[in-house]
Design a protein around this ligand. Structure first.
Ligand code: DOR
Ligand code: ZN
Length: 331
């Protein structure tokens, strides 16, 4: 039997929600990863240090007895002050920009990105990284591409601000990554594997519907080439985003629940591309290089090649690809 042992893997973009859902889904992430960037678009959003501390404590409790480190970016508001952020600088991981209305629970996001300059200047000055959901409110397949002008402006205006383009999906974004030294990216499992045709080319698959939407084969191939190259500015961030089956089917909520299948499916992807040696850099090393200040618990996560079948649901939540046979299993 072969095994893959990963030293302290990290998921640099996940949604854990709040209350019962948080307690239900956190263990799937904590079993496979020793830490994760836990997004602040909860109800209500994590937009104060008081909520931040409570959220971190709740996630750690939900992951126990496993040691698990949540890295939480504050939900960015244009009016954060130096008095609020400076005392928290040692424990604050970052700030996450959601343009208003572009995705789940982003109604309270930023309405005018042009007005963010004072707060971005403050983040730059305090050394707090900026994480971004980079989409406009334009035609959905073009939203990420249209947002590149905003990234360009931010990166030029604030050259010392570290900017992570979250869950990138397009070939143009892959090219853009080379343009500024202070711009980095996360890539999800689902955007690496699927195109818009997988979502709605046949019968609509609500469990692959997410934002940003999966794009063309050309875009997916560009993402694959980027990740398989072991690019130093690119790290893994799953964007696993649980919604109940009822909410997916009746309200059309965006988000793919991938947490339970992440490392098995990533191992398959790298193995199928003769690049198993690139799995560890992607899920373990890049995040620590890009965010040198994070505290990373030491734990090896081991996969072995024993087949298993993805169950139809995890409680009220349907994962991507229920019923699929996977070759690798987390021990
Ligand atoms: O599909 C998505 N779901 N994209 C996001 O940006 C947010 C996420 C969620 O919170 O459900
Ligand atoms: Zn997300």
């Amino acid at each position: 039997m072969s095994q893959i042992s990963l030293p302290s893997p990290l998921d640099m973009h996940v949604h854990l929600r709040q209350d019962d859902m948080l307690h239900h889904v956190t263990p799937y992430t904590a079993q496979q990863f020793v830490g994760a960037v836990c997004m602040p678009n909860t109800l209500p959003p994590v937009d104060s240090m008081k909520r931040y501390d409570a959220y971190v404590a709740e996630i750690k409790a939900a992951a126990a007895p496993l040691e698990f480190e949540p890295y939480v970016p504050l939900f960015l508001r244009p009016d954060y002050t130096r008095e609020e952020l400076e005392p928290a600088v040692d424990r604050l991981f970052g700030a996450k920009l959601y343009p208003a209305g572009v995705t789940t629970n982003s109604e309270g996001g930023v309405k005018e990105v042009e007005k963010l300059e004072p707060v971005l200047d403050l983040l730059q000055d305090l050394g707090i990284p900026l994480l971004v959901h980079g989409e406009t409110d334009g035609y959905s397949p073009d939203r990420e591409r249209e947002f590149l002008a905003v990234y360009d402006h931010f990166a030029k205006t604030f050259p010392k601000l570290r900017i992570t383009m979250e869950h990138i999906t397009c070939a143009d974004t892959v090219d853009f990554l080379e343009k500024h030294d202070n711009v980095f990216a996360t890539v999800t499992l689902h955007h690496l594997l699927y195109t818009l045709d997988d979502v709605l080319g046949g019968l609509f698959n609500p469990f692959l519907f997410c934002k940003p939407i999966c794009k063309s084969a050309k875009d997916r191939d560009a993402l694959q080439a980027l990740v398989l190259s072991g690019h130093p500015k690119v790290m893994f961030g799953s964007d696993s985003a649980p919604h109940t089956e009822v909410m997916k089917r009746t309200e059309g909520m965006a988000g793919c629940f991938t947490a339970p299948v992440l490392l098995p499916m990533l191992a398959e992807f790298f193995e199928d591309n003769d690049a198993l040696d690139k799995l560890e850099p992607f899920v373990c090393d890049r995040a620590r290089e890009i965010y040198p200040r994070i505290r990373v618990p030491e734990r090896n996560v081991v996969l072995e090649n024993t087949e298993w079948t993805v169950p139809p649901r995890y409680g009220s939540v349907v994962p991507i690809n229920p019923g699929d046979r996977l070759r690798w299993q987390v021990v």
